[in-house]
Design a protein around this ligand. Structure first.
Ligand code: GDP
Ligand code: GDP
Length: 460
């Protein structure tokens, strides 16, 4: 699980600036879920070695009446879902009534909350920020988001304890997947290592926007009779983990839709949580994205896919509600999907009806295939041979009069498969050739359902 940081504060204090700076190192990965979350933006951050999810809660304008309602509606869920709340204030503007109203609210929350005074560039931070102690939320952290100042230090003090706490919780459970992957990357052929992967249940996250049919599908997969509906403790951001067996294989369904309903899951906003979805992707081996055939692929779907890709997750797409459509409409939907989903051409697409059960069984063939592809052992000799073949079929281009030369390839890890290629001038390889290599490896190794990462290194 990744720690979640929520950025809270009135408009213009610099939340977006900080958000952009934190998410900058990754492809912009911003999910706007209109209607559900208003102005909230979500991103995965990889800043100075720290990985976390960051949520920009949108501005809270304290001058409006009833800050409580406003807070409750806009940001309460974000705050509730966060591990850490960064409460931004503007050092230059000084303390305002809105800041105090927000502080009053935050003090009532049982949350790790930190006051962050932004825009300290070119001013005497200590004297400008002293008044914010009146907010009674502890130390004031100084940053200049626009200039990247103080951010690493801020993350260090706020994130470190949370990360340590999360690690302590994980320690008792079991060896983490990451450690297993590390074992693998050592090029160790020992049988125990190969076993380790095979023995673990495949964690399958079923994700998608509200109303696409996730609950219906989950029920269908589990067989209705086995779903026990009972009250679960926990917050909206926790998915429910359901162990299951199918054809003697073990899986854990990560149910983001809340099939096993909790108390008070009253409306769609409560039921659907972006953070929950992002965490489920993070924790899964294979992601099953459900979309509604009639709605098509939305920008939100693309954001979720972007997140899954960044995380290197295996992927299967289920186009649901494929019942009752005439052939003409089906063809139109298919070509639209091809167009929108070109960037994940490695993922299998299934046309299903969760309601009638059509096509649901075949989903697992693709889930298994994706997981096997992602964790497959590939020998150095094989990777080398494929590289040579690819190069012989279509040689790399000349750059500044010299031909780029690929010399050596070896495995760099699994889940997703990573291939490390050494050579001369490899950093000058155009993207088109990189894509060619990736597709060549994909075909030669019969890898489906998972992204492949190729890393280039200069020299032997
Ligand atoms: P938001 O409404 O809280 O998301 O605020 P924005 O991120 O949009 O920033 C509001 C304004 O403050 C913009 O004009 C930014 O350029 C400016 N700003 C943000 N960070 C800094 C900073 O560190 N120093 C200074 N001087 N200006 C900043
Ligand atoms: P969730 O919010 O993603 O969990 O979606 P639900 O499983 O609650 O389904 C939302 C609505 O779509 C419900 O009314 C379902 O009966 C309907 N639905 C789900 N799957 C199908 C399907 O395959 N075909 C049709 N026609 N309707 C479906």
């Amino acid at each position: 699980m990744l720690p979640v940081i929520a950025l809270v504060g009135r408009p213009n204090v610099g939340k977006s600036t900080l958000f952009n700076r934190l998410t900058r190192t990754r492809d912009a990965l911003v999910a706007d879920f209109p209607g559900l979350t208003r102005d909230r933006k979500y991103g995965q951050a990889d800043y100075d070695g720290y990985e976390f999810i960051v949520v920009d809660t949108g501005g809270i304008d304290g001058s409006e009446q009833g800050i409580e309602t406003e807070m409750a509606e806009q940001s309460l869920l974000a705050i509730e879902e966060a591990d850490i709340v960064l409460f931004l204030v503007d050092a230059r503007a000084g303390m305002t009534a809105a800041d105090q109203a927000i502080a009053n609210h935050l003090r009532k929350q049982q949350k790790k909350c930190f006051v962050v005074a932004n825009k300290v560039d070119g001013i005497d931070a200590d004297s400008y920020c002293a008044e914010f102690f009146q907010l009674s939320l502890g130390d004031i952290h100084h940053i200049a988001a626009a200039h990247g100042r103080g951010i690493t230090q801020l993350l260090e003090t706020t994130l470190q304890p949370v990360i340590a706490e999360m690690a302590a919780q994980n320690d008792d459970v079991e060896e983490s997947d990451d450690e297993l992957i590390d074992l693998y990357s050592e090029d160790d052929d020992s049988e125990e290592n190969q076993q380790a992967f095979a023995d673990k249940p495949v964690k399958l996250a079923i994700i998608g926007r509200p109303n696409v049919g996730k609950s219906t599908l989950t029920n269908r997969i589990l067989g209705e009779e086995r779903v026990i509906v009972y009250d679960m403790p926990g917050t909206t951001r926790d998915s429910i983990y359901i162990p299951m067996t199918r054809n003697d294989k073990e899986y854990i369904l990560i149910d983001t839709a809340g099939v096993r309903k909790r108390k008070k899951v009253s409306d769609v906003v409560e039921k659907f949580s972006v953070i929950k979805t992002l965490q489920a992707i993070e924790d899964a081996n294979v992601v099953l994205l459900v979309v509604d055939a009639r709605e098509g692929i939305s920008d939100q779907d693309l954001s979720l896919l972007g997140f899954a890709l960044n995380a290197g997750r295996s992927l299967v797409v289920a186009v649901n509600k494929w019942d009752g459509l005439d052939d003409y409409v089906k063809e139109r939907i298919k070509s639209e999907l091809d167009r929108r989903l070109g960037f994940i051409d490695f993922a299998r697409l299934h046309f299903i009806s969760a309601l009638h059960g059509t096509g649901v069984g075949h989903l697992f063939e693709s889930v298994d295939e994706a997981y096997e592809s992602a964790t497959k052992r590939i020998s150095t000799a094989m990777l080398r041979r494929i590289m040579d073949m690819a190069q012989a079929d279509h040689q790399p281009p000349l750059v500044r009069g010299r031909r780029v030369k690929l010399k050596y390839a070896h495995a760099g890890g699994y889940n997703p498969p990573r291939i490390v290629i050494h050579g001369n001038q490899v950093h000058d390889l155009p993207d088109s050739y990189k894509r060619y290599l990736m597709n060549y490896y994909r075909k030669a190794l019969n890898i489906m359902g998972t992204p492949i990462k190729i890393e280039f290194r200069e020299g032997d």
